[in-house]
Ligand binder design. Structure first.
Ligand code: SF4
Ligand code: SF4
Ligand code: FES
Length: 226
């Protein structure tokens, strides 16, 4: 074996792959075609949460497969999904309150403030803190603090209290968006104009044009100054 190759195990089978690859690239190099559990490949979509073990460490490690670089003798396994309760709800029936969150996710009150979730988060979100804010009913604070969540579920996978932090946070972001965030008046006005048919004639006429004419119109369009 040359210096640039390392052994890894995928589902117990040894593969020799170039060092420096991410888990995702290493699996593909070994011949696996990733149809599920892969998305943006850039650490943004949260689809590729994965577990692994390294020699000499009994602990199950976690990470994003598209971001975590392989280590020699690493053991990889696929798990079907991260278990986690996802409640069904209609925002129309809820208010931006502690009661709404705790009724939808009663497990909220089990949080031990251990901080394991914060250590697990690849987005460096202080998950423990937003859970505390959720327990105080501070919906706006949870929405703000969890804004960069990519819903990877790694915090959920580590929680000793079987919390579903990311699902609680997205509920708070939805409540914030629907009830607390300042309204975008210009957007509401434009939606109304569209609904009232202000652009129907323009759209119909554009649909009748050929590609060349559409390209010309696109090139000559008004562009707002920066
Ligand atoms: S890992 Fe679970 S119990 Fe610990 S702080 Fe996070 S949500 Fe709370
Ligand atoms: S808060 Fe949880 S689900 Fe969201 S990015 Fe962090 S670890 Fe992933
Ligand atoms: S594939 Fe999107 S975060 Fe890894």
């Amino acid at each position: 074996m040359t210096e640039d190759l390392v052994s890894i195990f995928i589902m117990g089978k040894r593969h020799v792959v170039p060092s420096g690859l991410t888990i995702m690239s290493a699996m593909e190099h070994a011949g696996y075609r990733l149809i599920r559990g892969a998305g943006c490949r850039g650490g943004f979509c949260g689809a590729c949460a994965t577990v692994y073990r390294v020699p000499g460490d009994y602990r199950l490690q976690i990470g994003l497969a598209c971001q975590t670089v392989i280590q020699p003798e690493m053991h990889l396994a696929q798990i079907p999904f991260y278990p986690g309760h996802r409640a069904d709800y209609s925002l129309d029936d809820l208010q931006p309150t502690f009661e709404a969150v705790v009724t939808t996710y009663p497990e909220l009150l089990r949080c031990l403030s251990c901080g394991t979730c914060t250590k697990a988060c690849p987005q460096d979100i202080d998950v423990k803190q937003y859970m505390a804010e959720a327990m105080r009913g501070d919906i706006a604070a949870v929405a703000d603090r969890s804004f960069d969540c990519i819903m990877c579920g790694l915090c959920v996978s580590r929680c000793p209290a079987e919390e579903v932090q990311s699902n609680i946070a997205i509920l708070c972001r939805r409540l914030y968006g629907k009830y607390l965030a300042p309204g975008a008046e210009h957007l509401a006005k434009r939606v109304l104009e569209i609904e009232e048919g202000m652009f129907d004639d323009d759209l119909a006429s554009m649909k009748s044009l050929g590609e060349e004419e559409l390209r010309r119109m696109y090139d000559e369009r008004d562009i707002e100054p920066e």
